[in-house]
Design a protein around this ligand. Structure first.
Ligand SMILES: [Zn+2]
Ligand SMILES: [Zn+2]
Length: 132
């Protein structure tokens, strides 16, 4: 059932791209996916299989959580994620989008010190160079 697997894999990958700043155990992944009502949530055993494969492929990083001694998985650095930072000019409405890696780093820096789970899309409003 190749198609079935692809759908589950894509839905899991998309989930990781949405939560690129967070490392999670498989039960945490499952719980969060169900909670967010992600389309076609794979079962826990399928998630175990998929994250292992994705970690082998280098798409995810896997490390042992010191506290729980369980494997925690996170989107690997350099993988495209859904982080998006935009600057919107209040005067002319122009929107400037930062590159994905800059957006990711900016959001990562912002969230690093606080355990705050922000949206992965933020818009900064201000006045652009042309309107100054
Ligand atoms: Zn402007
Ligand atoms: Zn990101």
């Amino acid at each position: 059932m190749a198609t079935y697997n692809t759908v589950q894999r894509e839905s899991l990958l998309s989930f990781f791209r949405n939560h690129c700043q967070t490392a999670m155990t498989v039960p945490q992944i499952y719980e969060k996916m169900v909670c967010e009502e992600t389309d076609s949530v794979p079962g826990e055993s399928t998630i175990y299989r998929l994250v292992k494969r994705l970690a082998d492929e280098g798409v995810l990083t896997r490390r042992v959580d010191v506290g729980s001694r369980q494997y925690i998985y996170q989107l690997a650095a350099g993988e495209a994620c859904h982080c998006k930072v935009r600057m919107r000019c209040k005067s002319c409405g122009k929107i400037i989008e930062l590159q994905n890696d800059s957006s990711h780093k900016l959001l990562g820096d912002l969230l690093e010190k606080e355990s705050f789970s922000a949206d992965h899309e933020i818009t900064i409003t201000g006045i652009c160079g042309d309107c100054k």
